[in-house]
Structure formats: C-alpha cells, structure tokens
Design a protein around this ligand. Structure first.
Ligand SMILES: NC(=O)c1ccc[n+]([C@@H]2O[C@H](COP(=O)([O-])OP(=O)(O)OC[C@H]3O[C@@H](n4cnc5c(N)ncnc54)[C@H](OP(=O)(O)O)[C@@H]3O)[C@@H](O)[C@H]2O)c1
Length: 252
C-alpha cells in the first residue's frame, strides 16, 4: 500500500529538480500525479515515464505567473482525475545574483512573480478545488533564504520569506476546513538550478558546504521524503508550520 493511494497530486515545477523527483515519489506512493511546468518536452517525458512504471500521470503546461494558466491547470486536474488532494507549489527561479542596490526591477519581478505570486495563485485556485474534493494538503516551497538573509539574492529571499508568512496565513484560514498548509525551508539541494548557481559563482559550493554543519549539501530525494510526509495522512496534525531541512545550517 502506498502512502498516497487514492489521492490526486498536482506538482508545479515538476519538469526538473525537486519537483520532478517529488512527482515521481508521489506516483510511486500511489498518487495520481499532474506534472506541471512550461517545458512541454520534459514534462511529457516525465509523465510518460511515470505511466510506463505503472503509475498514473499527465503533463499540463502552465506558467505559474499567469492567472489563466493556473486556473486551467487546476481545471484540467479536476476534469481529468475528479478532484485535488495534494498541491505542491514548487515552481521557482533563483534569478540573478546581485546586491539589493544592483538588483534590477526585471529580476525582482521575475523572481517574486514565479515564487510568491505563483504560490498565491496556486492556493487561490487550488483551495476551492480541494474543498470540493473534501480537503487536502498544500506544501509550499520556501527556502532557508526565506528565514535568514542571503546577501546577493534580495528578490529570492523576499519571495521565499513571503511564502513562509503566506503559508501561515492560509493555514489559519483553512484550519477548520480540512486543508493543511505547510512550508518547507530547505538549505542547498543539488539540482540543475543549484548546479548553475554554483557554476556561475566561484567558490560557492565550498562556501555552502562550509556553512552546513553536516558538511554536505542535500539531495532532491531527501527533500521529496519530507514533501511525502506532509502530503500524506502521516502529518495529519501538521499545519501552518515551517519545516527546516538543511543539514543543520539554521541551528547555528
Ligand atoms: N535547490 C535548492 O537548493 C533549493 C533550496 C530551497 C528551495 N528551493 C526551491 O525549490 C524549487 C525547485 O527548485 P530546483 O532546485 O528543483 O530548481 P530547478 O531544477 O531549476 O527546477 C525549477 C522548476 O521550476 C519550474 N518553473 C520555473 N519558472 C516557472 C514558471 N514561471 N511557471 C512554471 N514553472 C516554472 C521549472 O520548469 P519549466 O522550466 O518547465 O517551467 C522547473 O521545473 C524552487 O522554488 C526553489 O526556489 C530549491
């Protein structure tokens, strides 16, 4: 028996990294999965792959910054699979690395729109569908940069900090409605986004490892296990909580 048997799960940013690995784990644990993102080729390949391995999945193209895409993504989920139980608002970009005084408005808008507005839109249109389904679990993807400052990433930190307080607010609004809302604040997890960030910032990998008490960076598989816990009924009494996953970084 899988931990998500009978549940319909929608994962944004599921065409790469944390989202992809989490979508695959959710499917392996019995969920019917909607793989979402903008990259049609990657998304379709991942959904086909899940189906080949015995799961049920489809790809829905959506840009989380666009209201009409998010509405259509939720509608396609409900129309195809009959409801929505789990929503993982994962899509995000780190944007350019530059201090606040040099952060362009374009970079600010792109980063904040993708992470913060995308999470807001996911919940705005996902919650009514979940209510009709009889309740569910929302997992938002923040970062430890949403808890402590990260010099050089002002838009990213602001967006991720916004997701933490948005999660608490929405969790309180939904607490008696059968919908739980939690947020994961992860340290550095080695994904394509992070590989690119480390490649364009010399010495960054060593710096990030040195700031992690456990001495190593995280894996998307480790992240997906926490997302699975929050998606499943194992976390039935968790809501409005920030779940730190960072090899001890924020314990210092
Ligand atoms: N890796 C880390 O160390 C780390 C730590 C803490 C938090 N996070 C967060 O985890 C999430 C995933 O990051 P990752 O490291 O797995 O990065 P990644 O491999 O680059 O994946 C990012 C995903 O977001 C999607 N995406 C980007 N912009 C989008 C948009 N406008 N609409 C829809 N989808 C969009 C991308 O899909 P398409 O290109 O197909 O649209 C891709 O699937 C992000 O929110 C990130 O901030 C990462």
């Amino acid at each position: 028996m899988g931990k998500l048997d009978g549940k319909v799960a929608l994962v944004t940013g599921a065409t790469s990294g944390i989202g992809e690995v989490t979508a695959r784990l959710f499917a392996a644990e019995g969920a019917t999965v909607v793989v979402s993102g903008r990259n049609v080729e990657r998304g379709s390949t991942i959904a086909d792959d899940i189906a080949r391995q015995g799961g049920t999945a489809m790809f829905v193209k959506a840009d989380v910054c666009k209201t009409e895409d998010v509405q259509a993504m939720v509608r396609a989920t409900v129309d195809t699979y009959g409801g929505l139980h789990v929503l993982f608002n994962n899509a995000g970009i780190s944007g350019d690395t530059a201090p606040t005084t040099e952060c362009t408005e374009e970079n600010w808008d792109a980063v904040v729109d993708t992470s913060l507005k995308g999470t807001f839109l996911g919940m705005k249109y996902g919650i009514p569908a979940m209510l009709k389904t009889g309740g569910g679990s929302i997992i938002n993807n923040s970062s430890n940069s949403g808890v402590v400052g990260f010099p050089g990433l002002p838009a990213y930190s602001a967006a991720k900090g916004g997701i933490v307080i948005l999660t608490k607010t929405t969790a309180l609004e939904c607490a008696k409605q059968g919908i739980r809302v939690n947020v994961i604040c992860a340290g550095t997890v080695v994904t394509p986004m992070v590989r690119q960030f480390m490649a364009s910032n010399e010495g960054m990998q060593q710096y990030l490892e040195s700031r992690t008490p456990m001495g190593r960076l995280g894996t998307p598989e480790e992240f997906a296990q926490l997302a699975l816990f929050l998606a499943s009924d194992d976390s039935a009494w968790c809501t409005g909580a920030s779940h730190i996953l960072d090899g001890g970084m924020l314990a210092v």
